[in-house]
Design a protein around this ligand. Structure first.
Ligand code: HEC
Length: 97
């Protein structure tokens, strides 16, 4: 029984060290998307469907950070890390990559 807890503990440590893994970015990106983007980019909002974007990752990051016409800037609203996560998430959802 004791060994079982030791194994569990190391498993927990291991999962912590993978904090910045791609999967984690996608999970966080998904959360940020539902909270900050979905209202305009889906559900009848006026903004384009992001799965059809042709932008590269760096272009997505730039637009999320600085905005473009009626797309608001998220600098100061989301942290640098959050902007990276959400941009990576959008990039990975792209239909034609
Ligand atoms: C207030 C409404 C609104 C919100 C909230 C919003 N957007 Fe947008 N977004 C827009 C509009 C409108 C455009 C089109 C801008 C243009 O025509 O230049 C756009 C464009 C974009 C583009 C460029 C797409 C392309 O292919 O050119 C990206 C990327 C984007 N948004 C990402 C996001 C992300 C990520 C979030 C959440 C963090 C978000 N947006 C939240 C309104 C919004």
């Amino acid at each position: 029984m004791k060994n079982y807890f030791v194994i569990l503990f190391f498993g927990f440590l291991l999962s912590c060290s993978e904090n910045n893994s791609d999967n984690n970015k996608l999970l966080l990106g998904d959360k940020i998307y539902s909270k900050n983007c979905i209202g305009c980019h889906e559900q009848g909002g006026a903004a384009p469907n992001l799965t059809y974007t042709t932008l590269e990752l760096s272009g997505i990051i730039a637009i999320v950070k600085y905005g473009r016409s009626s797309m608001p800037s998220f600098k100061g609203i989301l942290s640098e890390n959050e902007i990276e996560d959400i941009s990576y998430y959008i990039y990975k959802q792209k239909k034609n990559q």
